[in-house]
Design a protein around this ligand. Structure first.
Ligand code: NZQ
Ligand code: ZN
Length: 386
């Protein structure tokens, strides 16, 4: 196990009725920007609960943060914050709204010439940000308890991430009931995204990290178990609560301490969203099974462990067990309603070389836990996904 320093500063309020805790968390004289998406929170009662908890605080509202939050939209929210001297950002929504809030929180005090630099420097230069408190309505990204944010800029067809300790939410409210209104497509996306987050941190090479491995495997098994239940019965509280907590645990930093990480599936997937607007989780389902196949040499030991401990595959040769585990992974996505081929999304096979070239032109030429995933391999992975 590698050395590590672990600190997750986000206080979690989990469960029914927890939105009321906003009143305790936010200072009475806070000037709050309530950031939201396209309006789902006005249809499912979340907005009313939030407004009630905020009481007489000065609240400015900014709706319209889109799925895959856009830089140009968010810059309008930055202007409001500066004009109104906002001192807390309160995202209420899914990962896109939370990620958007992190960008706004970092961009308001940013003194450089162009806030897009926050993305091009991956957040490494950030010194400060406004405090964020989040109300999560979609279990998927883990953004509610991490320092990551992914921002799109449609005007230049880019989608980039930044990571910084200064944008961890100070607190997050996770009430599973706020997610009951999610359509099946978004529930499936959440399950598929969380599954892949665990895989990015687990399916690498053995690092003598027994707790991290077993914890990762249990999150995967919980997702496999809970997926059909929560899709079939969206108001089953216990099933949904387990999905919500699994998604948070998948990317709050606990399973990645002291171990190598991959993230190539996400790096490639973000390009598919930037170019073709495919939902984030769906891009992962297109990439992951083929990446497992192409990287089966270097991932061999963990693939065998994954086959046995996550899917109970114990019979057959090593290669047969790995093939079966990859097939199970693909079937998992297909069974929750997420297609795994580029052609399912009307994307031409030529995207394979296009993505490889885009990554190479940005200097992204050695990804994966060993840095051995080259543009040529990216192309091979996407060719297999045709
Ligand atoms: O905009 P509204 O009206 O709120 O509707 C949203 C949106 O259309 C809807 N929704 C959310 N909660 C709902 C609801 N509809 C009904 N009932 C509810 N309770 O769902 C739609 C999708 O929302 P979005 O926030 O885009 O989904 P998700 O949470 O999957 O976030 C995806 C974004 O997160 C990034 C992705 O790249 C993508 O941009 N990621 C962020 C990460 C992080 N910060 O650590 C890691 C991830 O790997 C990921 O890259
Ligand atoms: Zn993801």
């Amino acid at each position: 196990m590698d050395n590590f320093t672990f600190h997750n500063p986000t206080r979690i309020h989990f469960g029914r009725g927890q939105i009321a805790k906003l009143d305790r968390e936010l200072p009475a004289d806070a000037r709050v920007l309530l950031l939201a998406g396209g309006g789902s929170i006005k249809q499912n009662g979340v907005y009313e609960q939030v407004k009630k908890a905020l009481g007489s605080r000065a609240v400015f509202e900014f709706f319209g943060v889109e799925a895959n939050p856009d830089y140009d939209t968010l810059m309008k929210a930055v202007e409001i914050c500066r004009k109104e001297k906002v001192d807390w950002i309160l995202p209420v929504g899914g990962g896109s709204v939370l990620d958007g809030a992190k960008f706004v929180a970092a961009a308001v005090p940013f003194t450089g010439s162009d806030p897009w630099e926050i993305l091009t420097t991956q957040g490494t230069q950030l010194k400060t940000a406004l405090p964020i408190g989040a109300v999560l309505t979609l279990p998927a990204t883990g953004s509610e308890a991490n320092g990551a944010s992914v921002i799109s800029r449609r005007a230049i067809k880019e989608k980039l991430a930044f990571i910084s300790p200064v944008v961890f939410p100070k607190f997050s409210v996770l009430d599973p009931e706020t997610t009951f209104s999610l359509p099946p497509r978004q529930i499936a996306n959440g399950i598929g995204d969380a599954f892949c987050h665990v895989m990015e941190q687990y399916l690498t090479y053995p690092a003598a990290a027994a707790v991290q491995d077993r914890y990762a495997e249990s999150i995967l098994r919980v997702l496999i178990e809970v997926a059909p239940k929560t899709l079939a019965n969206p108001t089953d509280y216990d099933a949904r609560a387990n999905l919500v907590w699994a998604a948070t645990c998948a990317l709050n930093g606990v399973i990645s301490v002291g171990v190598p990480q991959d993230w190539a599936t996400h790096t490639i997937g973000h390009e598919l969203t930037a170019l073709h607007g495919i939902d984030h989780a769906r891009t992962l389902a297109i990439v992951l099974p083929n990446l497992m196949h192409v990287q089966r040499g270097t991932k061999r030991a963990k693939l065998l462990q994954y086959a046995e401990r996550v899917w109970d595959i114990r019979e057959g040769t090593e290669d047969a067990r790995i093939d079966a585990a990859i097939a199970k992974t693909r079937a998992f996505y297909e069974n929750i309603g997420i297609k795994t081929k580029l052609s399912d999304y009307d994307v031409p096979a030529s995207v394979a070389s296009e993505v490889a070239k885009r990554l190479a032109s940005r200097g992204v030429t050695a990804i994966g836990e060993r840095g051995d995933l080259t543009p040529a391999k990216v192309e091979e992975i996407l060719r297999l996904a045709a």
